[in-house]
Write a protein that binds this ligand. Sequence first.
Ligand SMILES: *Cc1c(COP(=O)(O)O)cnc(C)c1O
Length: 441
Amino acid sequence: MRRKGLAIMAAQTVAVSTDSSTGAVDLGPAAALSCRECGERFELGPLFACASCFGPLEVAYDLPSGSPDELKKRIEAGPNNIWRYAPLLPVPADVADKPNINPGFTKLVKADNLARELGVTGGLYVKDDSGNPTHSFKDRVVAIAVEAARAFGFTTLSCSSTGNLAGAVGAAAARAGFRSCVFIPHDLEQGKVVMAAVYGGELVGIEGNYDDVNRFCSELIGDPLGEGWGFVNVNLRPYYGEGSKTLAYEICEQLGWQLPDQLVIPIASGSQLTKIDKGLQELIKLGLVEDKPYKIFGAQAEGCSPVSTAFKAGHDVVRPQKPNTIAKSLAIGNPADGPYVLDIARRTGGAVEDVDDEQIVDAIKLLARTEGIFAETAGGVTVGVTRKLIEAGLLDPTLTTVVLNTGDGLKTLDAVAPTTGPTATIRPSLDAFRDAGLANG
Ligand SMILES: *Cc1c(COP(=O)(O)O)cnc(C)c1O
């Protein structure tokens, strides 16, 4: 049923793209879309499923030729955002001159205090994507989708979102001059809802979980009601996904053009994890980093752990789950890229692990008190999973490890508010302060 729907969709969008195209689409080094399953190639367009086998499509490139040193210099001379990697992304060469939210080049924090707590001796880093314009990693993927939407002539941007994506689309649409109409589960954290609404686009709460929202959007996209809409994570998904490669590029550049030994990455749909792997592979192919093994570890919340459950059971297929966790940004019960995540974790010698809600809150507080970084629940998931993997002997504490924090704790205050507050509340008098027992000595 679902596959048939996708096939119809693929055929329709082919028609749309050929009708409306008046010349070659300029998305820089992007050469075509290719099917991840059968390898068939398609012209660049708003397509997401292979017309032959229904497999997911991804962007194929004519990557830059020339010496690695030249390319490094060119990148290093670029702007302090993801556009420094424009030669490796599906965007036009003059992308930095267009109105966009210009995310990226966030801090890679050497987390020595956290390393001491966790017993890591080989170098522990937190890639802190809370520093993006709407305070999550989603600005990276949306910035690329905006350029694709521009190239294909869409005027409305849309998405199905677990929260952060809705805010990123709202902001990018406002800045780049698109209308936006985004869809979220109705019961998200207040911080996510306000962030999604404040940029002035349309925000629709759907009575259901993310998988219901996603299903609704798939119907809308095949209906005249959604005609001409660019859904960043549906019909623009192949382009959107490429934004996550910039995390791989930045981490390696910030490590002095070196691969880390181990990465701990959160999983919602699994797109980010698979594209970070794609980015690392490209850097190796281009000679920008030395080729050596690295391990990729995936992190989920126990209350939504379809991929880690499959990993531990040794399965290749991912059985959908009904999410129930405070890590709402990762609460996708039927992750589109789940099987590819399993492949990558197994191929690189990594693993997929999960932590429960209490461990997530503990990990948020651990990162805050050791490094001064206030992560959203997804960051609690990666830090918590890192600790668990070290204890289980799966993550080697003597190797260089990068843990991703993909969002800002201010958006998920609800997670820590019940167990976090003032040490004391007192009258404004020295006596009262003395009685509270907090003075020096
Ligand atoms: C969306 C999201 C992710 C990862 O999403 P994928 O669908 O796996 O690419 C991770 N962290 C946060 C905070 C997110 O919002």
